[in-house]
Structure formats: structure tokens, C-alpha cells
Write a protein that binds this ligand. Structure first.
Ligand code: ADP
Length: 460
């Protein structure tokens, strides 16, 4: 049997809002009725059935307390769709009946509260299908019409609102009944047609979105294929450079050597860019694929990632430091965590001048592992910090420095952090350095890679 957590599902979130409104409106209505009863009790103009009306108001209050309690419980518990549906139905029916009782014993057609039914119809339209709303409205109109008719035929008594009862002619009563019924029918018709239009637009939007998503996926798969094809030959070129530099192909002049070294650096940069594009396309195209999690040693992850960037740091004369408690473990996906730390470390080194420092620190914070990649590099200015997670975004300073880059690294990091149900926060000051804080849950189950975006940026 499928169990739902309504509070977590976005469709049910809006439903929860409607129910919250229902409960709040009921409290407002009860307070209003209680105040009116109190006021009318001391006024000579009113002639109300105080006992019945007070009992009805108390019933509404008691029911609302039960509904509030049940609502609070159902938010916490996993209820079935059927149970939630029944819960809504009971509320609607009880509201209709109690309101009808209140109105009947306090002047019926002369009581302005009768217009409250319109609100009910509007709210019901948000919760139920047009068929159910039509059924409720028809029953309501039939009930109002019958009461009116029976009162006219003197089968049931009339409970006037005022001491001096308003003289109602049959024509006036008929007009009133017809007017109220028409108002309710028009309200139902209008809300149903508006909601149907909104639904149709929503469905159309969904179709467009799916079309866009599948096109985006085709593009990502294309990038993935092309970049894969490019990586092989480039890696081979890099290997040939190394062979030449090691003298395997024979002695070379110093000048030639310096040119080969430059060519090799450029090839390495190209390989890095291609690596980023592969990661990016992988994260984009694997929206539906699941990632497997396993128990990992945080120390081991850190040392692997540090050793991957040590040569780069040495080339740029950047000092690397690490801090991580022993025996720290995390159950997560190793590919995604390596993508996160690898990209952040790589950026930290890339955007730090010679002589600067880059550190990677890991610690346990509650149920999370907190990773900090900090550098004393160029930093990010306040206006740009918001945008660094955008795809293809590169800061002005980064472009000025002509450092190679695609503007994809942080977009990949963000997607990987989201997939691992974590969060990322950036602290940065231009010219002073940056620190990227990644919080990952200590334990997550195998899951799917989502496409969402929820990174936070803080500038200090
Ligand atoms: P790339 O580095 O390829 O330009 P990223 O997505 O990795 O793309 O980063 C986006 C931008 O964020 C970079 O262009 C740079 O301006 C800024 N940035 C990222 N990391 C740092 C850092 N450690 N220090 C300063 N700026 C950074």
C-alpha cells in the first residue's frame, strides 16, 4: 500500500495551506458569531434562539479543536490519500450543515451569514473535483430551496432575526431564494471554470517543461559524447609531450623544451576543462539515474583529493594544508563527494596567487560532516558572489586574470551537493580570499540525482 507524506509533497503543501485557512477561518467565524450573540443579547432589536445558536457555536468550536489536533497529527504521520480525502470531506459536510443550522435559527434569508456559503464553495473547489463541487452546490441549493418552501407552507417554523420581524411577501421570499441560489450556482460555475483553466495551463506548462528537459538532456548527452571523444586524443598528446620531455624520443634543445612544456600546460588545462564539461554533462544527463552510497573514511577522501591537486599547488607555489579527525566516517556517494571537493580545491588553487595558502578542513557537526575549503586568493566581490553558482558564470576578476575556466565547476558542485542532500555556503572578500563550507549528512541512502538549485551565498 502506498503511503504519502503530504507535508513533504509539493502538491499536498498547497492542500495543507487550504486546510490551515479552513481552520483559521472557522476560528474567525466562531469568534464573530460569539461576539454577535453577546452583542445581540444586550440589544433589544434582536430576537435570537440563543440556546440553539450557542450550542451550534460550541459544536463548531469543539469540531475545530478536533480538526486542528487531527491536522497536526496528520502532518506528522504518514496518512493514506484516502484518509486525507475523508478528513476533508467530513470538514466540508460539517461546515455546510452547521452553517445552515446557524443561519436557519437566526433569520435564514435575512441573515447576511448566508453569503458565507459562497466562500465555502470557493474553498471546496480548491480541494475537490468539479463533480463534487457541483454535487455540493446542488444539494445546498436544494436544501435552501426546501427550507424556504417549507417555511412558506408553514411546515417548519420561521426564526426571525429581529424583534419586529420583517414582513416578507411570498414574492420577496421567492426572489431572495432565487437570488441566493443563483449566487451560489454562479460562484460554483466561475470557480470551477477558473480552476479548470489554471489546471489546463499547468498541464500545458508541464508538457513544455518536459519537452525542454528532454531537449536539454539530448544536449547534455551530446556534450558528454563529444567531450569523451576529445579527452582520449588530448590525453595521448599529453603523453607524447611527456615522452619528448623525458628524452625518450632523443635529445632536445632548451628552447624546444620550453615550448613543449608550455604546450603540455595548455593541454593539461584543456583536459581539465573537458573533465569539468564531462562532470557537468554527467550531472545534467543523469537526472533519472540513481547513485549508490557506501561507508567512506573522510580522511581517505580528503587525502585522495589533496594528492590529486598537489602537483598543481606546487606548480603555482601554493601551500596546501589539511585537518581531519581520525575515524570520521560518512555514508555517501564517493563520485559526487570527489566532484565537490575536487572542484573546490582546484578552484582554490587556481584563484590563489603564488605564496598563498589553501586548506581543507573536515569536522563533525551534529549529524553532518562539515568540509571547509579555504584560500587566501583573489576572493569574490559582493555583487558577483550571488552568481558564481550559475552555469557558465565567471567573475570579472577571474576573466581579467585570464585563468582558464568554463564557469561550470561551481554549478557542478552545487548539483552534487543537492544530490547528496547537503548545502553549500560561501564566505568571501575581494582580495582577501574565500571559504566554501559544505555540509553533508553523515548518512544518506542510495538516491536520485536532482536538478534543483539551493545554494546560499554570504559575503562578509
Ligand atoms: P571557473 O573556475 O571555470 O571559472 P567555476 O564555476 O568553478 O568556474 O567558478 C565560477 C566563478 O567563481 C569563477 O570564475 C571565479 O570567479 C569564482 N570562484 C570560484 N572559486 C573561487 C575561489 N576559490 N576564489 C575566488 N573566486 C572563485
Amino acid at each position: 500500500m502506498q503511503r504519502l507524506s503530504p507535508i513533504e509533497s509539493s502538491a499536498f503543501k498547497s492542500l495543507n495551506k487550504v486546510i490551515t485557512w479552513f481552520i483559521i477561518l472557522r476560528w474567525v467565524a466562531c469568534t464573530g458569531v460569539a461576539l454577535v450573540l453577546l452583542f445581540s443579547y444586550y440589544s433589544f432589536h434582536f430576537k435570537l434562539q440563543y440556546k440553539i445558536l450557542s450550542a451550534t457555536t460550541l459544536t463548531v468550536i469543539s469540531l475545530n479543536l478536533i480538526y486542528s489536533y487531527y491536522f497536526y497529527r496528520y502532518k506528522k504521520q504518514f496518512l493514506q490519500r484516502r484518509e486525507i480525502h475523508i478528513f476533508f470531506q467530513i470538514q466540508i459536510i460539517s461546515d455546510y450543515l452547521l452553517l445552515l443550522i446557524l443561519v436557519y435559527f437566526s433569520g435564514f434569508m435575512d441573515n447576511p451569514l448566508i453569503f458565507f456559503f459562497s466562500f465555502h464553495i470557493i474553498i471546496t473547489s480548491f480541494l475537490f473535483t468539479s463533480g463534487i463541487v457541483t454535487l455540493y452546490t446542488t444539494l445546498l441549493i436544494a436544501l435552501i430551496g426546501s427550507i424556504s418552501l417549507f417555511q412558506y407552507l408553514k411546515i417548519i417554523p420561521v426564526f426571525p432575526l429581529f424583534v419586529e420581524s420583517i414582513t416578507t411577501t411570498p414574492i420577496l421570499r421567492l426572489t431572495q431564494t432565487f437570488g441566493i441560489s443563483a449566487l451560489l450556482a454562479i460562484t460554483a460555475y466561475l470557480t470551477i471554470s477558473i480552476i479548470n483553466k489554471i489546471d489546463a495551463r499547468g498541464k500545458q506548462f508541464e508538457v513544455e517543461l518536459n519537452k525542454y528537459k528532454s531537449l536539454d538532456k539530448i544536449k547534455s548527452n551530446f556534450i558528454l559524447q563529444v567531450t569523451h571523444e576529445l579527452r582520449g586524443p588530448l590525453a595521448a598528446i599529453s603523453g607524447f609531450h611527456e615522452m619528448i620531455l623525458r628524452g625518450i624520443t632523443g635529445e632536445i634543445e632548451e628552447y624546444t623544451k620550453s615550448i613543449i612544456i608550455k604546450a603540455d600546460r595548455r593541454t593539461d588545462n584543456l583536459l581539465i576543462i573537458i573533465g569539468e564539461m564531462i562532470d557537468f554533462a554527467y550531472m545534467k544527463s543523469s537526472d533519472d539515474s540513481t547513485f549508490i552510497t557506501r561507508e567512506l573514511s573522510v580522511r581517505k577522501i580528503i587525502s585522495e583529493n589533496i594528492s590529486n591537486v598537489t602537483t598543481r599547488a606546487q606548480q603555482g607555489s601554493v601551500h596546501l594544508s589539511v585537518a581531519c579527525p581520525k575515524h570520521l566516517e560518512i555514508r555517501t556517494n564517493s563520485d559526487l563527494i570527489n566532484i565537490i571537493l575536487g572542484n573546490l580545491l582546484f578552484n582554490a588553487i587556481k584563484y590563489t596567487e603564488a605564496g598563498g595558502n589553501v586548506s581543507l578542513i573536515a569536522s563533525e557537526k551534529g549529524n553532518e560532516i562539515h568540509f571547509v575549503v579555504e584560500d587566501t586568493g583573489i576572493g569574490i566581490c559582493e555583487e558577483e558572489i550571488e552568481k558564481v553558482f550559475y552555469e557558465f558564470y565567471r567573475s570579472r576578476r577571474a576573466r581579467e586574470l585570464e585563468k582558464d575556466g568554463t564557469g561550470l565547476g561551481l554549478a557542478i558542485v552545487q548539483k552534487a551537493v543537492n544530490a547528496l542532500q547537503g548545502r553549500i555556503i560561501v564566505y568571501s572578500k575581494e582580495g582577501k580570499g574565500s571559504s566554501f563550507h559544505v555540509f553533508l549528512p553523515e548518512y544518506i541512502d542510495t538516491g536520485k540525482i536532482p536538478g534543483g538549485e539551493n545554494a546560499e551565498n554570504i559575503n562578509n
